[in-house]
Design a protein around this ligand. Sequence first.
Ligand SMILES: [Zn+2]
Length: 401
Amino acid sequence: MRRRQAFKFRLEPKRQQERQMKFFAGTCRYVFNRALALQKERYAEGQKKLGYAELCRRLTQWRHDPETAWLAEAPIHPLQQSLKNLERAYANFFSGRADFPRFRKKGKQDSFRYPDPRQIRLDQANNRIFLPKLGWIRYRKSREVPGQIRNVTVSQSCGQWFVSIQTEWEVAPPVHPSTTDVGIDMGVVRFATLSDGTYIEPLNSFRRHEKALRKAQQALSRRKKFSSNWKKAKTKVQRIHARIASVRRDFLHKASTAISKNHAIVFVEDLNIRNMSRSARGTVEHPGRNVRAKSGLNKSILDQGWFEFRRQLEYKLAWKGGMLVAVPPQNTSRACPECGHTAPENRPDQARFCCVQCGFEGNADLVAAINIRRAGHARMACGSNDTSRRKQEPAKVSRAT
Ligand SMILES: [Zn+2]
């Protein structure tokens, strides 16, 4: 089994290198935006979208055009990579996973990637990395990087530069130390409720920091744009944002690590979190009907990062030899775990479950977690007994290979 992981370090560039990195990020942004503008133009004229190979040919033309000859001063692979990123943004849009590709703005997602490992050298003994057209750059080494390099991404955040080194190495197929399985219900009141009765409180990092953020944003709006006080206020706003992100990341990692350690198989509901948040927003022409009712819930969903939590659970389980299994969400909140009676009346309110048939009572989230686990067992049983059926009807099982 090949294991892939990214290791992120803070860079300590020289002035000249920092200028170059800013310039490279700018050229990548330019190429991305120009290619996107070109595709939009072609679409408006009823022409076909250009493929990646054709975009690369255009890029070569731009690099030879005297007007944009400065593009030739940037390394070629990161420029091509930004065309690949545009391709992926289109693919995500067409499959419904993301909104239509947007133009990149300066200062937002300032980054570029070196996709060719043959051009990169990592000198761990001397805390430095060699990147094309930048030379050797020092980084703050917080740990050893194992494996062979796949690619390297350089990015800027809050005025600091980082390098993310993705590597890959061979590991023996792991055997999960635990033999238990568990169902998880994700919620707003409780972040996660497990079918074994335990649960994780929500963090709501955004709400906790909301007040400080609002104050800082108000201070920013009172300052004269681009004045030195404005810059200070802006840095403060960015710091609070970074703090929120880091507290949340920490929370999600702790939760996903604990669960993936304790259980070999984890069942979750197969809800499309992105769709849930989009349906409320609607489009510009047709604003979502439930905007007000849902926006509170949406804020909680996005704030808590369920999508990221699921992603982490999936790969952490795979690393340990376990697996994450998504089950369809039908009736998981309305079915009685005792007698099986399924009715909306079983849920007198958001928090309680009370079966109208047999009188079973319990916490509604716990009931849902138990039902999710049962649905998962049923799904796995039919999948493993009849392989031919499994081929026609692929169960959404993610497993380590
Ligand atoms: Zn019942």
